[in-house]
Design a protein around this ligand. Sequence first.
Ligand SMILES: Nc1ncnc2c1ncn2[C@@H]1O[C@H](COP(=O)(O)OP(=O)(O)OP(=O)(O)O)[C@@H](O)[C@H]1O
Ligand SMILES: [Mg+2]
Length: 240
Amino acid sequence: MTILEVNGFGKAFTIHHLNKRIPAVGQVQFTLHTGEFIGIIGKSGSGKSTILKSIYRTYLPDRGEILYNSKQFGKIDLARATEREIIFLRKNEIGYVSQFLNVMPRTTCRELVQNALLEMGEIKENAQVEAEKVLTHFEMDAELWDSYPKTFSGGEKLRLNIAIATVKKPRLLLLDEPTASLDQKSKIKVREMIEKLKHQGTTLIGIFHDIEFMEGLCDKVFEMKSNKVSVASDGVLHEG
Ligand SMILES: Nc1ncnc2c1ncn2[C@@H]1O[C@H](COP(=O)(O)OP(=O)(O)OP(=O)(O)O)[C@@H](O)[C@H]1O
Ligand SMILES: [Mg+2]
């Protein structure tokens, strides 16, 4: 079954003080089937993050449609969905891990993970148990559980980010360089979690510098070339 279909997607940014339009992504076209894991690679500035942010609707595309097959809403164009629909989908169906941690201030690490479950309607007792499990899996030092993440190291922040997103077992998970600032051991943990989510039926899109690390897990690799997704390992993806 198709879970995501991106057609003729494009995005440019207006730099107001220069009165210029900078094209970020040209014509992107791809289809993602349920349970697949696709990796996106390409040089810096080629528009990889822009694609993920547009699927998550942090950015609004200029052109094209992003058709997502939602459990709640059926087929929905994420480029045109209402704010309410997007908020619902972010809480319940679509997860996003950015390279940066951007969380509620004065909320502890443990609370952040629990809240991710509570907002999905999980009961408190389960949220507590699941939060501890995922924090343990990502080897977050138990001493950090009740601290505020503001002072966490880059790797700790990233691991917390991943814990918050994966504890929800989203239907579609978007990963923007989830292993970038991690040591080898933490990278393996991330790989294990991706493997587990994949087994549970989560569909994933990930941007990776070190795609070799995902060897055997990625079903397809798409390469961004001159601001277009253009090459697929199996030839499925092409620019318009
Ligand atoms: N909010 C924004 N405002 C203006 N320009 C932006 C914005 N976001 C991205 N861009 C520009 O769009 C282009 C694509 O950026 P994007 O972040 O998608 O690249 P990337 O492939 O993820 O790069 P990297 O590998 O360095 O993370 C870049 O030229 C960038 O400067
Ligand atoms: Mg990026």
